[in-house]
Design a protein around this ligand. Structure first.
Ligand code: HEC
Length: 90
């Protein structure tokens, strides 16, 4: 009986330690996504994704703020996407 309790305790500690260590960790694969990739993955979820060059730079900034809330994206991701969408205007 004691043995089972010890095994259970060790198992719980391992699970807790792993979740604490990995819980808030964003993998490099996710963090390194390009603006183009994030645009392709997110901006056609609810409507057709707008093409780069469709709007001017000021409007892309407004759309970025608006869609960050709609799509529940991070500020960094939205900045990457708007940089990509602005790239056709330069
Ligand atoms: C969760 C759904 C959703 C996602 C994801 C989404 N949109 Fe939208 N989008 C909307 C809705 C709904 C509207 C219509 C305006 C409104 O009611 O907010 C809209 C409108 C727009 C417009 C019209 C101008 C404006 O600001 O209203 C543009 C441009 C646009 N989206 C671009 C994007 C881009 C770029 C992305 C990717 C970052 C994106 N959307 C992701 C839901 C979404």
């Amino acid at each position: 009986m004691k043995k089972i309790l010890i095994i259970f305790a060790v198992f719980s500690i391992v699970i807790l330690a792993t979740s604490l260590l990995t819980g808030c960790y964003v993998s490099a694969k996710v963090a390194n996504k390009s603006g183009a990739q994030l645009w392709g993955e997110n901006c056609n979820r609810c409507h057709n994704a707008p093409a780069p060059g469709e709007l001017n730079n000021d409007n892309w900034d407004i759309v970025g703020t608006h869609m960050q809330i709609r799509a529940n994206l991070t500020k960094t991701d939205v900045e990457k996407i708007t940089d990509f969408l602005k790239s056709a205007n330069n």
